[in-house]
Write a protein that binds this ligand. Structure first.
Ligand code: 5RP
Length: 221
C-alpha cells in the first residue's frame, strides 16, 4: 500500500458516527474518501461537505450523503492533503486547484487534519509554486504586479492550453518563488490585492498532521 493510501486510510479512522466531515481534494484525500465510502457502506452515518467537483463526484459514487457548506451549521472535522508543510506546520495548498473551497471549508471546521507523504515535509515553503486564485477580469494586471516583485508568475493552463478554471470560475496564477521567507507577511500582502480571491498559504490552520514515512506513520498533534 503506498504512503498516500496509508495516511488516507488512517485519517478516515478519526471520523466518528454522526459527524459532518469536510472532504478534501487531491490524490491523497482520494484514499480517505474511498475509505469513508467503505465505512458508510458498512453502516456509518456521516454527512460529507466536499471541497471540489472532483471530490463531490467521487463521494456521490460511493454513496456518502452530502451537504453544501451553507447547509451545515459547522463542520466537525476536515481531512485534506497539502503540497508543502514547513517546520512550523504552515502549509501550501492548491496544487489541485481547490484552494478557495478548501480554505472556506477549513475555516468553518472545528478540527483539521492534513494527510501527506514525507516528500511534502519541508524546512521552508516555496519550492512548490504558490497558487493564487484570481478573478479573470484584471488577472494580467496581477501577473504584472507579481513579475515586478520577482515572483515568476505563470498562468495555470488546462490540458487544452487554455487558462485553468477553478470550481469558483477563477484563474490560478502560480508563483515560482523558490523560498518563502516570511509566509505571514506574504499572506497579508496577497490578502490586500484586489482581484485575488484566495491564495494557497494555509497558516495556523491545522490541528493534526499525519505523515507517511517509509518507516511508518507519524502523527503530529
Ligand atoms: C488541492 C490541494 C491538495 O490537497 C494538494 O494539492 C495535495 O494534493 P495531492 O494529495 O494530490 O498531492 O490543495 O487544491
Amino acid at each position: 500500500m503506498n504512503l498516500k493510501q496509508q495516511v488516507g486510510e488512517k485519517a478516515a479512522e478519526y471520523v466518528k458516527e454522526g459527524m459532518v466531515v469536510g472532504l478534501g481534494t487531491g490524490s491523497t484525500a482520494y484514499y480517505m474518501v474511498e475509505a469513508l465510502g467503505k465505512r458508510v457502506k458498512e453502516g456509518l452515518t456521516i454527512t460529507g461537505v466536499t471541497t471540489s467537483t472532483q471530490t463531490k463526484e467521487q463521494a456521490e459514487k460511493l454513496g456518502i450523503p452530502l451537504k453544501t457548506i451553507d447547509e451545515v451549521e459547522t463542520v466537525d472535522l476536515t481531512i485534506d492533503g497539502a503540497d508543502e508543510i514547513d517546520a512550523n506546520y504552515q502549509g501550501v495548498k492548491g496544487g489541485g486547484g481547490a484552494l478557495l473551497f478548501e480554505k472556506i471549508v477549513a475555516d468553518y471546521s472545528k478540527k483539521v487534519i492534513w494527510i501527506v507523504d514525507e516528500s511534502k515535509m519541508v524546512k521552508t515553503l516555496g519550492a512548490f509554486p504558490l497558487p493564487v486564485e484570481v478573478m479573470p477580469y484584471g488577472s494580467q494586471q496581477l501577473v504584472r504586479i507579481f513579475e515586478g516583485k520577482g515572483f515568476y508568475p505563470t498562468m495555470r493552463k488546462n490540458e487544452d492550453g487554455e487558462n485553468y478554471l477553478t470550481d469558483g470560475g477563477h484563474y490560478i496564477i502560480d508563483l515560482h518563488m523558490t523560498k518563502i521567507e516570511d509566509p505571514q507577511s506574504l499572506a497579508e500582502w496577497l490578502d490586500g490585492l484586489t482581484g485575488v480571491m484566495e491564495h494557497g498559504l494555509f497558516l495556523n490552520r491545522v490541528n493534526t498532521i499525519i505523515v507517511g514515512h517509509e518507516s511508518g506513520l507519524e502523527i503530529i498533534e
